[in-house]
Design a protein. Structure first.
Length: 118
């Protein structure tokens, strides 16, 4: 593996974008038309996420430049979230991870079973 100039930066970003809700949120937005959706649409597309966790995750991803938030001056106000080009650039590596899990999940379960039976 290559040596990185700032391993703390690598760890920080991997911790943020590598948590389960960020991955689900980014992949969910990518599947929605225009990589864009309202809060309620995102919430429906991620089973098990609470409104609070969705709000926190969206704010973190917005702060990191992976998602934008657009407020429409309507009554009631409408807010839409969209993947930025930087956020879209994560899709290929994330899909690689999802593909790895899909390919290797059975092997991981078998290894856990062997370990747990010791």
């Amino acid at each position: 593996l290559p040596i990185y100039k700032d391993p703390m930066a690598v760890r920080e970003i991997l911790t943020k974008v590598g948590d389960k809700w960020s991955i689900f949120l980014i992949l969910s937005l990518a599947k929605l038309p225009g990589n864009r959706a309202r809060f309620s649409e995102i919430e429906r597309s991620i089973p098990g996420i609470s409104q609070r966790m969705l709000t926190l995750t969206l704010r973190t991803l917005e702060r990191d430049g992976l998602v934008t938030r657009e407020l429409f001056p309507e009554v009631p106000p409408r807010v839409e979230y969209e993947l930025t080009p930087l956020g879209r650039s994560l899709l290929k590596p994330m899909q690689g991870l999802v593909d790895w899990v899909t390919t290797n999940w059975e092997k991981v379960k078998e290894a856990r079973g062997r370990f747990d039976s010791k």
